[in-house]
Ligand binder design. Structure first.
Ligand code: GTP
Ligand code: MG
Length: 197
């Protein structure tokens, strides 16, 4: 996987509207403001690729980024943020779910969870939903720069327990310091090396 040639190829609200050519896809999911767009930018070493904002609900569409002709990274809207108007939120559920459920090209998902807190009910629901469908998932605990080193291990263990995952499936990540960038990169790379079902 070559991240030096990543570019935005499509913005859509239609979960079945995939870009051409067909390539494996890696999607980034998590609640609004957890840091999905920021992680994508750090992963691709391009601060201006996906739009980031302090205000939750920034990403409102499905955004495809082509990664050096080998795959697409898919930036999705976040879930679970109350300040987003009901009508908008109601449209996102089917959009995210429709995409995750029907994308036959989906090679795996990076599920982002705020590392400062326990997973929310929606985080647990999302991870369980991905597991039920057999979608390979890596959990990234974001905003690691806000969590002292001494609390890292207990947070991983609590998260693994809450989500019913192996601690090996969980990595720390900070878009501020770049911590975890290489771990997420190599996990994504190995997801891409598996056969897409
Ligand atoms: P939506 O598009 O609204 O779903 O949000 P998102 O998940 O894409 O989050 P985004 O990347 O836009 O970041 C949300 C806010 O969190 C911004 O103010 C970022 O600067 C901040 N942020 C993102 N990652 C980190 C991090 O690792 N550490 C800290 N301290 N702040 C972060
Ligand atoms: Mg976003």
């Amino acid at each position: 996987m070559e991240v030096h040639q990543v570019h935005h190829v499509r913005t859509t609200v239609d979960p079945d509207d995939h870009p051409s050519p067909p390539l494996p896809e890696i999607a980034f999911v998590g609640r609004s403001n957890v840091g999905k767009s920021s992680l994508l930018n750090v992963l691709c070493r391009n601060r201006r690729l996906a739009r980031v904002s302090r205000t939750p609900g920034k990403t409102q569409t499905i955004n495809y980024f082509e990664v050096g002709g080998t795959c697409y990274f898919v930036d999705l809207p976040g879930y679970g943020y109350a300040a987003v108007p009901d009508a908008v939120r109601a449209a996102w559920g089917p959009m995210i779910e429709g995409y995750l459920e029907r994308s036959s090209r989906l090679a795996g998902v990076v599920a982002l969870i705020d590392g400062r807190h326990d997973p929310t009910a929606l985080d647990r629901k999302m991870v369980a939903w991905l597991a039920e469908r057999g979608i390979p998932t890596l959990v990234a605990l974001t905003k690691a720069d806000r969590v002292p080193r001494g609390r890292r291990r207990p947070r991983i263990e609590a998260t693994a327990e809450a989500l019913g995952l192996d601690p090996e499936q969980i990595v720390w990540f900070s878009s501020r310091t770049g911590e975890g960038r290489d771990a997420v990169f190599s996990a994504v790379d190995s997801l891409l090396r598996q056969e897409v079902p």
